[in-house]
Design a binder for this molecule. Sequence first.
Ligand SMILES: [Zn+2]
Length: 538
Amino acid sequence: MPRLRKFGSLGVKYAFPAILLAGCTSPVEVPLQEADILLLNGTVYDGTLGDARIADVAIVDDRIVFVGDAKEANYSAPVSLDVTGKYVAPGFIDPHTHYDRDITPWANDPDKSLILPAIMQGVTTVFVGVDGSGHPAIGETLSNAEKKGVGPNVAAYVGFGAVRSMVLGYSDRAPDADELGTMKGLVSQGMCEGAFGLSTGLFYSPQSYSTTEEVIALTKEAAARGGLYDSHIRDESSYTVGLLGAIQEVIDIGDATGIPLHIAHLKALGVDVHGQSTDVIDLVEVAQSEGLTVTADQYPWVASGTSVSASLLPRWAQVGGEEAMIARLRDAEDGPKIRAAMTENMRRRGGPDSLLLSNSTKDEWIGKTLQDLSEDWNVDPVEAAIRVLEQGGAGLASFNQSEEDVKRFMQQPWVMTSSDASGGHPRKYASYATKYAKYVKKEKTITTTEFVHSSSGLVADSLGLVDRGYLKDGYYADIVVFDPENYAPRATFLEPEILSVGVVDVLVNGEFAVRDGEPVNSAPGRGLKHMPTEGTCE
Ligand SMILES: [Zn+2]
């Protein structure tokens, strides 16, 4: 029986009251409710782990005002779309991307700030400043993004690497008390300007030169302001402290500061640690049972994206930057030591056959493995890598994980979807579509409900986004409508820059970014600011 809905919000009017028969006695008036957009009859996955249901979604301005039976509630709208058979979900929130450069004022391609690789997969919010890269001027980063015009919303971290290099350059020493004070000030500046937390990339030079104590001192600045600690951990493999040692370091940082912890692009990288997903999960679950908040994100690929230098060079060889590194390679004493370390790192990552050049100024290298180059040049694979380094380096797709570990991580309720979007790897254009097409539909590793939840509600809750991540009334109208039959990746390792297909409509803050499968070149994204804990910023 139709019921009189609660009303009183904007958009309610009585101009044409519908007369409905309640039983066969007195008529009940349902006031006409006006929305801007109606999505009718879709299969709604609302971002929770609850069952999907057939429902309508009404949008007024930038908010969802109703999810349910629009006819019964007497909604009408000038834009009313029948999405029967399509899935309607909260717009996906990508917790780990490298779109930073595309949203700066000096980025030379204005189309890039629309971030179509993400939008065309249904991603409506992206996090930048990850891996320790985020500049402390968060306010400026976000306002520049809005001025330029962004497709999805943008949220940012303040990055440890940016902070450390501003104060210590690429030196491998600890900061003195003054320098540490300056670094703390930069972290608190970022937090007070709206950063969601402190990001680190302890694997990378110069962040790798830090001790855990230094990281803890800076993390306290983020903790005090209600932020989280997001980390590309010190070792995802067996380089230094090992995968488990690096996870333990994250937990130690949480123990010392009480901050919620987030592990970026969780993986067991390299042959030495295959199978350790089980031990990682155990470590995390023990920490959770002891009261720490620990979450992680994951991109759904067995290959990671890295560079020849980051994957093969020992960190000591990079102290002082690229020129110093090249000089050491040519040094009679250091050169052989670097070569020995590179040989070992190549083995750890599965050999030269599993290292595919994917991004370089030299087109002729792209699509070749280090093994291919070594055969072309008639040198051993390490020498081939050195030639690449001497000519400016290159991006690599490094095939280094096992499917078992990828799937085991994916099935954990605290692991969310991410892309780690960067050039030279299909993950930028295809992570969400791949997770759905491969791991939901084909392999049945997780359900559609889990896919949507781990790409929306879980992310919003874990990272602190307010009123986003769910299809509920009152929430922002960040919405994706996709075709369950056709939603799929098109990008490959050899052609990583092809947009995914199957997304029908995308709304960001109630505005269309995709309509009927085509981008509409609008820029409805906003800079999203984390609100620091009251009284912790001037
Ligand atoms: Zn990373």
